[in-house]
Design a protein around this ligand. Structure first.
Ligand code: F0G
Length: 434
């Protein structure tokens, strides 16, 4: 295999067949590809030629870019297949945000309803290559749903650690349904994360949180696919278009890290000629990365996290150093939004017919805030990544529309109306609507 694992702190190298997620010095690891030899092998045309293939591996929106992800034998891949998610342009949302050129990439359209599937296909494939029998993660819900599904497909035991009472029902039901051993930790996500790291070290279980560098390799494909789609939609002969901004929600900072690495590698390989700027959006009650950003990343901040967007209720993100690097590579920034802004943005995305879960809407709210502050210009081309499906968290949606979310006054509530089963009652209820 022509890649290595390399510590981003001390530079130590490890062979890819070694079972490890961090360096001996405690630093995070990168999958380091040989970019010089890749430069000879890959081109936009190579990847464009694989579009529309119905068989694995290229039917997957991850493995279509396999040279840039993980060089692995075709038969070894565990895939649903994932990716191939749509781009949406919505005039009503563009208007609401105040930009002319807005695209939403809907990662909720992955097989288990979130972007995690793109990382998990690679993580579980690597776990099998390493001969592991059991895989584990701590999760605010989506990672556990995805791990449970891919482990089941790959014939591995999945063990998931979730903060008790703090994950959305759609996600908990998936972990149970796909057969994961589900441990509800009496504590928050950060406590569950610390516990799973210890458990994996002690019990020889393979850790599949985004701490694992192979997960991030899969998540890079969100960027590859989006830029390819943006270009091909504009001009089939030209292909691959770079927006001015890519806006995403930020929790454990795996995606921010993966996006930065994807863009860095594309630029190094000459597949793109300029960098977009990354904007990472946090919930105000779960904003350690935003606080560090305000301090020029002089200090790593940690908080006790609280937000309605449970997916990003994280106070001590594990990929922090990789995410700081991603922002440096892309001249990126971090912003924060309130729960009110998150849920109102979600209502707008939902009412546009697109739909997403609360954490995803944080990115939309963040983009709007940056436009209002004049950081994102009206003429800028903006790509917002929606990370999870509307049905992941039905409780948050229904509570919003019933005006039952504590401390929030919904700006766009769509209240249901109870009626008698009569024509008159229907007419009364619809008065002014028809
Ligand atoms: N959006 C959704 C829907 C998520 O599930 C997550 C993370 C994020 C955004 C943030 O991404 O962690 O890469 O910065 N969910 C993880 C989980 C933590 O356990 O499912 P990140």
């Amino acid at each position: 295999m022509d890649f290595k694992l390399r510590c981003i702190d001390c530079g130590a190298e490890y062979p890819p067949q070694e079972i490890r997620c961090t360096c001996d010095c405690g630093g995070l690891l990168d999958v380091e590809h040989d970019l010089d030899s890749l430069r000879e092998q890959v081109s936009r045309e190579l990847f464009d030629g694989r579009l529309g293939d119905l068989a694995l591996p290229y039917a997957s929106g991850v493995w279509r870019y396999r040279e840039l992800i993980l060089p692995v034998a075709e038969g070894a891949i565990v895939s649903r297949p994932e990716g191939n998610t749509n781009l949406y342009c919505s005039p009503s949302l563009s208007n609401w945000l105040g930009v002319d050129d807005l695209c939403l990439k809907h990662e909720g359209e992955n097989p288990t309803g979130s972007f995690k599937d793109r990382g998990m296909t690679v993580g579980v494939t690597q776990a099998k290559f390493l001969g592991c029998q059991a895989v584990a993660c701590a999760s605010t819900g989506n990672t556990s749903a995805s791990l449970a599904a891919y482990a089941a497909m790959g014939g591995l035991l999945a063990i998931v650690f979730v903060p008790q009472g703090q994950i959305a029902f759609g996600k908990l039901s998936q972990a149970l349904a796909y057969g994961a051993r589900t441990l509800q930790v009496r504590g928050d996500f950060d406590a569950a994360m610390e516990l799973v790291r210890q458990v994996c070290d002690e019990l020889g279980i393979y850790l599949l949180n985004s701490l694992n560098p192979f997960r991030l390799e899969g998540q890079k494909s969100i960027i590859f696919e989006a830029l390819q789609q943006l270009g091909l939609a504009l001009s089939p002969s030209k292909g691959w278009e770079v927006p001015d901004w890519i806006v995403l929600p930020a929790g454990n900072l795996g995606n921010t890290s993966a996006f930065g690495k994807a863009l860095y590698e594309l630029k190094e390989l000459g597949l793109i000629s300029r960098m977009p700027r990354l904007a990472a959006v946090q919930a105000q009650g779960a904003n350690p990365f935003y606080r560090s950003f305000l301090g020029g990343f002089q200090q790593r901040e940690r908080v006790e996290a609280h937000t309605v967007a449970t997916a990003i209720r994280i106070g001590d993100p594990v990929s922090y150093p990789r995410a700081v690097r991603a922002l440096r590579w892309t001249d990126g920034l971090v912003t924060e939004v309130t729960d009110q802004q998150i849920m109102d943005a979600k209502a707008r995305v939902d009412a546009a017919g697109i739909g997403c879960e609360p954490a995803s809407a944080a990115a939309v709210a963040g983009a709007k805030k940056l436009v209002e502050a004049g950081v994102i210009g009206r003429e800028d081309k903006v790509l917002v990544v929606l990370t999870g499906h509307l049905l992941k968290d039905p409780q948050a949606t229904v509570d919003y529309h019933l005006e039952k979310l504590a401390g929030l006054t919904p700006a766009y509530a769509n209240r249901p109306v109870a009626i008698e089963p009569t024509l008159e009652a229907v007419q009364e209820a619809l008065e002014g609507s028809l």
